[in-house]
Design a protein around this ligand. Structure first.
Ligand code: TYM
Length: 337
């Protein structure tokens, strides 16, 4: 069987990028024969950038409801919250002790924060906590705890997967004695999506405040957000550069290749941006509308979601507990029973 695993940080409202980049491909994978799926709420990761407990709780509910509304079957998928698996932070520490500091110095997210500080002419470490610095190690622990073979994510996570492989190899080399503890995970990226642009054309991201929420605010909010996507100043009737337009990139993430070709031809024939935006929000809405109803039903039943997450954690721990016992023994802490 192939193990497929992915997580979403519980610090914000799920957006189109999370959905197209991670949730949709993960749900599709979970329905394939021979796939064991592990999907989780990365709430320890959320603490790195969010110190508002209510926001974390709200985000967890929204993300869990989104997964289920999008078709996750909790009977089939092991669906849990990261912080319910105490073996994950324990493994994180073991991995921290075999990870070179130099590897973490190269992490994009950390480097971007340092660069911003340098540009602002403040202390390079200003506002940077140790969680951000060692973020990739916690992510490696998430993945290696369950020995995932495949990790469906957006392009922004590729470096984290490379680091996970490095860390796994290092641990195997030090402690494996011919038998590998960890498999090396492969990244899975949907080329039609890769990096979904946000309202301003940069990567759609909570940190840029340029996201289009999936369900929150309903169809009206979706249409209003799509209207705010930046376009160039070409008038209706003038041919548009489809390849260079964010609308086309977004459209492709929600349409069949034939539909995308049609959209492209209309743009090149001079379709106005306003009409193009109506087509785009219509296409997205067609996919989301049935899910939005399920989402609304789930959001008013937080107890039901909690039950699902608890059952998922119990399932996950049936694997993480014995595996952790083997790892403790391997590094010399305590003999496994
Ligand atoms: P997070 O919470 O920032 O994003 C969740 C997933 O959504 C994808 N994504 C996008 N894909 C395409 N276009 C975009 N604009 C876009 N924005 C976000 C992300 O690539 C990601 O797949 N570190 C992870 C969470 C995590 C994780 C893990 C993932 C923790 N442990 C283990 C996989 C395996 C993160 O912060 O994703």
């Amino acid at each position: 069987n192939t193990r497929v695993l992915t997580g979403i940080t519980t610090s914000g409202t799920p957006h189109l990028g999370n959905y197209a980049g991670a949730i949709r491909p993960s749900i599709q994978a979970s329905h394939l024969p021979g796939v064991d799926a592990f999907y989780f709420m990365a709430d320890y990761h959320a603490l790195i950038k969010c110190d508002d407990p209510q926001r974390i709780a709200r985000s967890r509910l929204e993300i869990a409801a989104t997964w289920i509304a999008a078709g996750l079957d909790p009977e089939k998928v092991t669906f849990y919250r990261q912080s319910d698996i105490p073996e994950i932070p324990e493994l994180c520490w073991m991995l921290t002790c075999v990870t070179a500091k130099g590897l973490m110095n190269r992490a994009h997210a950390y480097k971007a924060s340092v660069d911003q500080n340098v540009a602002r002419q403040v202390d390079p470490d200003d506002g940077i906590n140790m969680g951000l610095f060692s973020y990739p190690i916690l992510m490696a622990a998430d993945i290696l705890m369950f020995n995932a073979n495949r990790v469906p994510v957006g392009r922004d996570q590729i470096q984290h997967l490379e680091m996970t492989r490095d860390i796994a190899q290092r641990f195997n080399h030090l402690y494996g004695q011919g038998r590998d503890f960890f498999v090396l995970p492969e990244v899975q990226i949907d080329d039609e999506v890769a990096t979904l642009p946000g309202l301003d054309g940069r990567k759609m991201s909570k940190s840029y405040d340029n996201t289009i929420p999936l369900f929150e605010g309903g169809a009206k909010a979706l249409r209003a957000a799509v209207k705010r996507i930046v376009t160039d100043s070409r008038e209706p009737g003038q041919p548009k550069d489809a390849e260079g337009s964010h609308l086309y990139t977004l459209y492709r993430a929600f349409a069949t290749p034939a539909e995308s070709l049609g959209f492209r031809e209309q743009l090149e024939a001079g379709l106005g941006w306003g009409d193009a935006k109506d087509l785009l929000s219509g296409r997205i809405e067609q996919e989301l509308a049935p899910m939005r109803e399920r989402y609304a039903e789930l959001m008013v039943r937080p107890g039901r979601i909690e039950d699902i997450l608890q059952a998922g954690a119990a399932k996950a721990r049936r694997l993480s507990q014995p595996f952790m016992a083997r790892l403790r023994e391997a590094v010399g802490l305590r003999a496994a029973l």
